[in-house]
Design a protein around this ligand. Sequence first.
Ligand SMILES: Nc1ncnc2c1ncn2[C@@H]1O[C@H](COP(=O)(O)OP(=O)(O)O)[C@@H](O)[C@H]1O
Ligand SMILES: [Mg+2]
Length: 360
Amino acid sequence: MATALDGAEVVVCCGSGGVGKTTMAAVTGLHAAAAGRRVVVVTIDPARRLADALGLPDGLRGEPQRIERSELEGAGELWAMMLDTPAMFDRVVRSHATDAEQAERIIANRFYRNIAGALSGTQEYMASEALYELHGDPRFDLVVVDTPPSRNALDFLEAPGVLTRFLDHPVFKLLMMPTRTGFRVLTAASQPLLRAIGRIVGSDVLADTVAFFQAFAGMESGFRDRAAAVTALLHDPTTRFVLVTGPQRDSITEAAWFADQLHHQGFGVAATVVNRVHPRFGSGTAADASARAASAPVGSDAAALWRNLAELRTVAESERVALAPLAERVGDELLVEVPLLPTDVHDLDALTHLARHLFP
Ligand SMILES: Nc1ncnc2c1ncn2[C@@H]1O[C@H](COP(=O)(O)OP(=O)(O)O)[C@@H](O)[C@H]1O
Ligand SMILES: [Mg+2]
């Protein structure tokens, strides 16, 4: 993992849900801060897992918040924030608006208020916006992002492109047309298609929607340029992807698929972290332990303990088998194993413990 961080300005922790992305983002941030860097860790996780992992009982805010710990004294800085999607959307609108009046018109619009947090892909897009903004913030020299718990782990990477495609979409063009052609007001009655839509969604909703797109006029190019800049940052060699996976076969298959997709889109995986690997408890095999169980007195504690060990080693051995193809495809130097801890990770001690495995 130290190699993955070397020269990195952005670290993106990705992978499917529940594998330990948030935890690894926190460990990475903590380690880099202890090594003297000024780090901000941003989570998108609504479950407040990062706050939990950092041992912050009051949760995180939508603005970076400095984490003061005795462990970090004399070292770098550790900051953390949780993405507030609607607030971020407002900021983006304000930054692209041609004037304050346009920004307020959009922000007050009912259609906008309803979609700002809810539209599919908005969270992913705002996460990439936040990443871009924090990367340009002089307070930080490393941004660690914990990607959203999307159905599809690729959504985050594709968000800027999705936005660009939306701006090019014929429906968007149709809604923008009246302003382009100089009509001041678009009435639903003036367009047979909009009249039909209005009958289905209701004329109020339609009026709000049309007003939103009209208010949006003049901002498309700003959004388009920004989406291109965000995409460029994601592709920059100083942006590193850390793929997190569990040791089970399904998890590994998904991670391998995801690594292929990343590769296909021109992103390299700087490190693959296999989290929650079962320990082997010594160098013997499951078969050895079963043999010892069989030769111990029937019904004895020793027999039960050997059987128990045989079961645990069977799990560890099947994880080895499941991992082999992944280890082969990424190359050994990029694969990091992190053991399953006996408890959840919700304080700095546990994070420090995990950091010893990620950064030996
Ligand atoms: N190595 C580990 N050992 C034990 N528990 C872990 C380990 N890594 C993560 N966890 C726990 O697993 C749960 C899911 O981790 P989290 O980082 O929130 O996953 P994700 O962000 O990928 O959904 C959390 O409760 C976390 O404390
Ligand atoms: Mg998470």
